[in-house]
Design a protein around this ligand. Structure first.
Ligand code: GLP
Length: 240
């Protein structure tokens, strides 16, 4: 696991975007694993900018998102489907059929998981972008998720619901469940790029960098992956 410390969120976003765009230049039909949350928004803005300047194209790029809330219609303003379209897909030349986001619609959620998991098993993700939850979650793999877990329905911890409350009008509106790639799916990516910014991530980054590998802290498994780059800003690095 290689840790790159940068000054601030702007630099973090810029460096991350260079890594993603270098991949797209080398491999225009690359498969990206994408994340939501506030952290990758700057990266996505830089990618949009590079697309507008004709430096990269998403025409042949395939994407797989990490997760989606349950009990929110796809077009809800806080669904991850809406997030990805608003923050990236609507502004670049990606083909809608190349976009994959777990679906939590319909009654048979187990079937949705199996379908997404089979798609992931047929794909090879060249680069997986990750954020990190303050409790060490990646995707929505909460503490004590088995490391060999594949796509599943997760009950969100109160900590995660409270962290994500800022996107909703009240805590009551934050879904209790989500569908997420499992840790095993994430670890199958050829390369992983984890981004963390701000003081609220300092404790998690300290645990990630200095702690042991344990299911109590899901992101710790990344230390076993051969190709992980962690980009953190000064505030996120403040406890290491
Ligand atoms: C959410 C997402 C994660 C994300 C994390 C951190 O719960 N499921 O994929 O990494 O929270 O979000 P943020 O970047 O807003 O801090």
């Amino acid at each position: 696991m290689k840790v790159i410390k940068v000054k601030n969120y702007q630099q973090l976003s810029e460096i991350a975007s260079v890594m993603v765009s270098d991949l797209l230049v080398l491999k225009p039909d690359a498969t990206l694993g994408l994340a939501t949350g506030s952290t990758p928004i700057g990266l996505y803005q830089h990618l949009i900018n590079k697309y507008q300047k004709h430096k990269i194209s998403f025409k042949n790029v395939k994407t797989y998102n990490l997760d989606e809330y349950c009990d929110l219609p796809k077009n809800h303003q806080e669904s991850y489907y809406t997030f990805m379209h608003k923050n990236l897909f609507d502004h670049v030349d990606i083909n809608e059929e190349n976009i994959h986001i777990p679906s939590s619609e319909g009654d048979d959620l187990e079937k949705r998981c199996e379908e997404y998991n089979s798609m992931l098993n047929r794909a090879t993700i060249d680069l997986q972008v990750l954020g990190i939850g303050s409790n060490g979650h990646i995707g929505f793999n909460e503490p004590n998720t088995p490391f060999d877990q594949e796509t599943f329905i997760v009950k969100l911890t109160e900590k995660t619901r409270i962290d994500n409350q800022r996107f909703f009008n009240s805590l009551d509106e934050v879904p209790h469940y989500a569908i997420t790639m499992g840790i095993k799916n994430i670890m199958n990516a050829k390369q992983i790029l984890l981004l963390a910014s701000g003081k609220s991530k300092a404790e998690a980054i300290k645990t990630l960098v200095t702690g042991e590998i344990t299911e109590k802290f899901p992101a710790s498994i990344l230390k076993k992956h051969p190709n992980v780059i962690v980009i953190i800003d000064e505030e996120a690095a403040s406890l290491i």
